[in-house]
Design a protein around this ligand. Structure first.
Ligand code: AOF
Ligand code: ZN
Length: 359
């Protein structure tokens, strides 16, 4: 059908409005056309626990959905979750044809939704705008496939690739507008991750100001447990969660942090893989790594970065001793790591904001 493409794209655009509100659920959008091809209903999954996209769109369409067509960016669910199965609502509404962008890999659905619709005599097409639908819900799909959250890596640097001067002065490299964008990013994350060195050097608060749709747990990686006793994170741990990830040795130094209300996660396995598996098991979908250079390097060296957010300020810092954003080992040959894809450059105040994906 010539218009199918248009309407499935519309469903994808609607879905995007759930960003930050629906996780750990996927973003889903739906459009209903009547038997003559007129738009009679639209909807999207707006917030975790609230009605699914199809149900919202079908409610708007009402009786006009009979013999009509449903466009949905994800396979309708066929299970009783927090809401009844969408397939029941689609069948009851008398929909004749459904166009679905991608199957839902959620184990309780996984093709069962399409099967239920077909068994009810509905004509179902799957796979239109598949690449766009996969990209939109890449974090949801990654967590279901691997158990790990989607990893955003973020840094701000000068035009010559430094994150501080030779004396360590780093406040501020990026503009006010860029720092505001970082707060928006934080407001839709499940975790903000930093290393102990950043806590010792910067005493960061790591909250989203103003608050966004979700509250991220502030995660500090500290094998040694050597963290300042009086700092913003410890002081605010009862208002916004703080999780310290440490080793059995490190715990001995963290009694005060524990008393302040932070959670201490102890693991002898200090790998990034172990960390992400732990965060994924807590239902986290998106995590933001804010540094320092050692932590960002550890993520990239272990192949655990999915998306990059870089703010480039019109400053020239210079100096062989001044730090660059990504430390640790790095690649040996340029061909050892593919270039970023889906790169988007925009301006943010006087800075350039570059955003791209690793794969
Ligand atoms: C749909 N339409 O709009 C969404 C779906 O906990 P629940 O009841 O909200 O169910 C969550 C699961 O349902 C989620 O993991 C995903 O598989 C599916 N989400 N399905 O038909 C929607 N948001
Ligand atoms: Zn559903």
């Amino acid at each position: 059908m010539p218009d199918d493409h248009f309407w499935i794209r519309r469903a994808l655009t609607l879905a995007e409005q759930g960003l930050g509100f629906v996780e750990p659920n996927p973003m889903v959008g739906a459009v209903v056309l009547d038997a003559t091809g007129q738009l009679v209903g639209e909807g999207f999954h707006a917030r975790f626990g609230e009605p699914h996209a199809e149900v919202v769109a079908l409610a708007v369409a009402g009786e006009k959905a009979r013999e009509g067509t449903l466009f949905v960016s994800l396979e309708p669910c066929c299970h009783h979750g927090k809401t009844p199965p969408c397939t029941d609502a689609v069948i009851a509404a008398g929909i004749r044809r459904a166009v679905v962008a991608i199957n839902d890999p959620f184990p309780k659905v996984a093709g069962g939704g399409v099967k239920a619709l077909r068994e009810a005599g509905i004509e179902v097409a799957v796979g239109l705008c598949e690449a766009e639908a996969r990209s939109l819900n890449a974090p949801f799909l990654k967590r279901l496939a691997t158990g790990k959250p989607w990893v955003h890596l973020k840094w701000a640097m000068s035009l010559d690739g430094k994150i501080a001067t030779r004396t360590g002065d780093s406040k501020w490299i990026s503009s006010e507008e860029s720092r505001q964008l970082v707060h928006e990013l934080r407001g839709r994350m499940d975790a903000i991750i930093v290393g102990g060195g950043t806590v010792r050097a910067d005493d960061p608060l790591l909250t989203a100001r103003p608050p966004g749709p979700r509250v991220a747990t502030r995660v500090v990686l500290s094998e040694s447990g050597n963290l300042p006793e009086d700092c913003q994170l410890a002081r605010t741990a009862r208002e916004v969660p703080v999780l310290v990830v440490t080793t059995p040795n490190g715990t001995t130094r963290l009694h005060n942090w524990k008393a302040a209300g932070t959670e201490i996660h102890v693991s002898p396995d200090t790998s990034i893989l172990a960390l992400l598996t732990e965060l994924g098991s807590r239902g986290m979908t998106n995590v933001l790594v804010e540094g320092g250079a050692g932590v960002l390097g550890a993520f990239l060296d272990s192949g655990e970065g999915d998306e990059v957010h870089v703010f480039i300020a019109p400053k020239l810092i210079g100096g062989a001793e001044a730090l660059s954003p990504v430390g640790r080992i790095g690649i040996a040959e340029l061909s050892d790591r593919p270039d970023l894809v889906s790169l988007i450059a925009s301006s943010s105040g006087r800075d350039v904001y570059l955003r791209g994906r690793m794969h």
